[in-house]
Design a protein. Sequence first.
Length: 137
Amino acid sequence: MGIREIFKKPKKKIIEPKEEKVGQKEEPKEEVKPSEIKDKKIKFLKSYNILKSPHVTERATDLTKQNQYIFKVWPEVNKPEVKKAVENLYGVNVLSVKIINVPSKKRRLGKIKGQRKGYKKAIVKIREGQKIEVLPR
């Protein structure tokens, strides 16, 4: 293969039309509009922009018996946004949302003073019989 052949245009292949089989009907395929796929992706991404992570503690695992799950959320998020995010992401019905703002705490190590960051968490109660897999097995 010479250097000149690299720059040559490839030859176009002729595609022959397929012959239809007599007596067999093709079933119409369900068409999914690109806008529907885009909407689902946007909802999914927005859900991840609201929920940071599940809050896994001993108390949180005890609350799962009562169909309540705890998530860390961004500070500017409100209850309806959390409800929509959990419903879109996990496909469950949310009954109630409680939001707790955990303040920062002052910490000290010898002479060095500092602060532990505060955060916001949401306790989400879902319908009985439904489950959220927080920790995949």
